[in-house]
Design a protein around this ligand. Structure first.
Ligand code: ADP
Ligand code: MG
Length: 346
């Protein structure tokens, strides 16, 4: 019933950050080259994500926000190697339960757009034609209004929730080189663009857009180095070392002043998908601390792995990812970072 749906959905959409992440991922999955994220009052009044992706086909309108509806999994075997961000079909359904969801979309095959209004259960209530370029706008108002305790908590911690969301969105901004993303917050005091990136950019340009040219000037490129024998032993890689991955990215140089006073800019990706990999973060900080004891590095690390060795289906927010060859990867990371830092003239 409705109560159960509300509770479960509250778990999927835990926060402003997760709501925005889900909508942005849908836009990226739809092949958008431009995504505009608009908030009113830090998201408490409205969140809106506008994209120029392929749009939603009318055949999918009815089921769009129903639980477990997804257009992205054609067959179970695909679960093994997912390229799209979405595949569970839970985001829109959950968003309906925690706020008022309106979708305006025009599929590339359609002459005109449609405005779709959904109820709390994700059932399509209203469907009216309306003008729209090809693409999709998803609007959510009154986030968490159906969960009074969550809403109160959300309003009380608005700035903190907003900064968590900014951090999560910035990881997508950094890694998206083929998409122009802009994030704007409108308050009574005015409009602020809190994040933006350009189209056809490099990761370096994205870092500069998001954190400024000064951040970029302190960074070293991560160059992958195969682990030495002692490191292989340290990581107890007895049999053969399996190198099926690639490491790419940037890290702060270890000169004093190049790092940061907190671990606030650390971004790990697997196959360009932002994720939480605490072991990798921990090892990175440990190595960095040997050269710069009181600071934390900026780090952006993209781990490229064959799709079949990644399992993203671990937690509902898909941030926790399992993958094979973890030990080999940690050993390689250790060797690579050590080499980079050792080469720095002091
Ligand atoms: P999932 O992303 O896991 O498939 P969602 O609940 O996030 O599930 O979305 C449900 C479906 O709605 C998607 O599979 C997709 O077909 C459609 N959809 C949602 N947002 C967009 C968008 N911005 N552009 C095109 N299609 C979308
Ligand atoms: Mg999705």
């Amino acid at each position: 019933g409705e109560a159960v749906h509300k509770i479960c959905s509250g778990q999927v959409v835990l926060s402003l950050a997760v709501a925005l992440k889900e909508l942005l991922e849908n836009s990226l999955d739809a092949g958008a080259s431009a995504v505009d994220i608009r908030l009113r009052e830090y998201g408490s009044e409205l969140i809106e994500v506008v994209d120029n992706g392929i749009g939603i086909h009318p055949n999918n309108f009815e089921a769009l926000a129903l639980k477990h509806y997804t257009s992205k999994l054609r067959d179970f075997s695909e679960l093994e190697g997912i390229a799209t961000f979405g595949f569970r079909g839970e985001a829109l359904s959950s968003l309906c339960a925690v706020g008022q969801l309106v979708v305006v979309t025009r599929h590339e095959s359609e002459p005109c757009g449609s405005k779709l209004i959904f109820d709390k259960m994700g059932v399509l209530q209203e469907r009216v034609p309306c003008p729209r370029q090809v693409g999709t706008t998803v609007t959510l108002t009154n986030l968490f209004s159906s969960l009074p305790v969550r809403q109160k908590e959300f309003h009380r911690n608005l700035k903190r929730e907003f900064s968590k969301a900014t951090h999560l969105l910035s990881s997508y901004c950094l890694i998206s080189t083929n998409v122009k993303i802009s994030c704007v917050n409108q308050t009574k005091k005015g409009r602020t663009t809190f994040l933006c990136t350009q189209n056809n950019s490099t990761i370096r340009e994205n870092i500069s857009c998001v954190f400024g040219p000064k951040q970029l000037s302190t960074l070293l490129e991560i160059v992958m180095t195969e682990p030495s024998q002692d490191i292989l032993e340290e990581f107890k890689i007895e049999n053969q070392y399996e190198n099926i991955f690639r490491l790419e990215g940037y890290i702060s140089s270890c000169e004093h002043g190049s790092g940061r006073s907190s671990a606030d800019r650390q971004f790990i990706f697997i196959n360009s998908r932002p994720c939480d990999l605490s072991k990798i973060i921990k090892l990175t900080n440990e190595i960095y601390h040997r050269y710069n004891a009181h600071q934390y590095p900026f780090v952006l690390l993209n781990i490229l792995l064959p799709k079949q060795s990644v399992d993203v289906n671990v937690t509902p927010d898909k941030r926790l990812i399992f993958f094979e060859h973890e030990k080999s990867l940690l050993a390689t990371l250790k060797c690579s970072l050590t080499k980079i830092f050792e080469n720095i003239p002091s």
